[in-house]
Design a protein around this ligand. Sequence first.
Ligand SMILES: Nc1nc2c(ncn2[C@@H]2O[C@H](COP(=O)(O)OP(=O)(O)OP(=O)(O)O)[C@@H](O)[C@H]2O)c(=O)[nH]1
Ligand SMILES: [Mg+2]
Length: 442
Amino acid sequence: MLDRISDKIAGVVRQLSGKSHISEKNIQDSVNEIKIALLEADVNLRVVRRFVNRTIQDAKGEDVLSSVSPGQQFVKIIYDRMVQLLGDERQDLKLKGPDTTSVVVLMGLQGSGKTTTAAKLAARLSADGRKCLLVAADLVRPAAVEQLRLLGESIGVGVFTETNTSAVDVARHALVHARRELFDTVIIDTSGRLHADEEMMEEARRIRGAVDPVETILVADAMSGQQAVDVAKAFDEAVGITGVILSKFDSDARGGAALSLKSVAGTPIKYIGTGEKPGDLEPFYPERIASRILGMGDVVSLVEKAQETIEVAEAERLQAKMRSATFTLEDYLEQFTRIKKMGSLQSLVEMLPGMKGAVDADSIDEREIVREEAIILSMTIDERRNHRIIGPSRRKRIAKGSGTAVVHVNRLLKKFDKMRLMMKKAAKSKKYQAKLMSQLGV
Ligand SMILES: Nc1nc2c(ncn2[C@@H]2O[C@H](COP(=O)(O)OP(=O)(O)OP(=O)(O)O)[C@@H](O)[C@H]2O)c(=O)[nH]1
Ligand SMILES: [Mg+2]
């Protein structure tokens, strides 16, 4: 369904990724084209504005213009923002373990695909080994019960039905039945209305109150575009929903719903319906959809390449500093994020040529890292840039500010001095690399 929006945005991306030079005007023009594509796809205006502003902001903030591969880097920014728009991470149903009964209630407007989706979900969860029970709690449309019964039969899942009663009672009785018969998953199909009116909300609230579902899912029709977003908002306010399943994603809808839901209604899309058959339900992966919109299977590798380029550039910058002994405490501090990510000083040392794999990650004292970071954080910018100005009184202040003792500050400064020297030598000679390692305490 994203073909049209993808065509346009992919065109922009293709142009950008080949560029070795980008001007501010390029950024502006590209973002404008994306903006038009999003608006044409019926994406909420506020969402588009925010996307546009943030993308431009990021592009300027990350110095795309002066980077090694500006095109790739800019595409990465667009991609990251698009993923964020779609909801960051894949959100699964939060079902409980098989010893208890998890209830999932499906709600939505008439014809949005609730009954079909109920069967799709049951088929999927059964394949995952869960014991599912479908519940026909739509007593408004005469044929609804029979529709679900037939669907259940076709996928081999039991269907709980009851006549001459209310939807709330059906749901309640179904739950009692499910607990007795040890079903671990109960999927309740409810009735739809033409509009999200108060009567519908009231019924939804009562069903919810009666069965205490772990998931209250809105089934929204992707073809209804902005309406799907409004409906999600209304349901969330009136009943409270935990997620959305976007049906009819296989249609030629313009995509606005998928792209606006998370930002406007704050509700994650958990699955997409991609056809009429029980097997046509797919988990919603924001990254994959973003890649599809940006138009290339290989946008992912492009993004990785951009990431690598950033790392290579960073390594080169650091190496130059190490070689010339202009490596400051400020640089050292910057590396702590990296060090923490790797859980060791390994990453820093490995930036030196010939040092890859040379350090044993287990041999590092984590407490020391935490202490050093606290000490540097207590320094002023001037002190970080030139540690030689740190005399006795400053040392006392820094120790106090970081909750350490002056001996710790002394030790760090001494170590850092030596480290700088060693780095300079190590960058040139192998012999010193071993020495540097012991200097770093590894
Ligand atoms: N192409 C396509 N069709 C779908 C999808 N999901 C549902 N449908 C079709 O949409 C129509 C309505 O689906 P239902 O499941 O009956 O919708 P409902 O929300 O239960 O409708 P009511 O009970 O009348 O409110 C049916 O013809 C389905 O086959 C989908 O993901 N893709
Ligand atoms: Mg139905």
